[in-house]
Design a protein around this ligand. Structure first.
Ligand SMILES: O=C1C=CC(=NNc2ccccc2C(=O)O)C=C1
Length: 124
């Protein structure tokens, strides 16, 4: 199939894994994000994710967004990107993210959000 599908198991260049459930008819999906980032020494590093993608009946390489609510910190990350498929059928999720940390006061708001890129490739 020439369609790039979000459901399944993915890993990013940090070594984090994410599992995305079946995408429902309105493009919604949920999943679990297992971070490789040792942000804290806590062992629980699986966090829930929720997102949506553009339907693939019209699109072959849909855009999507999802939010990870980290279970081990007061931070939140939103990812936005597109699902690409190369001519060999290999799928890649090219994303940018915003990581919002909880800060103690509005005066610290300026330093609360980080931005970056992540590339996810399919596992198995
Ligand atoms: O409280 C925190 C601090 C750092 C975090 N880094 N993980 C990420 C941040 C952005 C993109 C990917 C990841 C990842 O874990 O793969 C997560 C929660």
């Amino acid at each position: 199939a020439r369609k790039c599908v979000l459901s399944g198991l993915w890993k990013n260049e940090l070594g984090s894994n994410m599992t995305i459930s079946a995408v429902n008819t309105d493009g919604g999906f949920t999943g679990l994000y297992h971070t490789a980032v040792t942000a804290t020494d806590k062992h629980i590093r699986v966090s829930p994710l929720k997102g949506s993608q553009k339907p693939t009946n019209q699109r072959k390489q849909p855009t999507f967004g999802f939010t990870v609510s980290w279970t081990f910190s007061n931070s939140m990350t939103v990812f936005v990107g597109q699902c690409f498929m190369d001519d060999k059928g290999k799928e890649t999720l090219k994303t940018m993210w915003l990581l919002r940390e909880e800060v103690s006061s509005p005066g610290a708001d300026w330093k609360a959000t980080r931005v970056g890129t992540n590339i996810f490739t399919r596992i198995k």
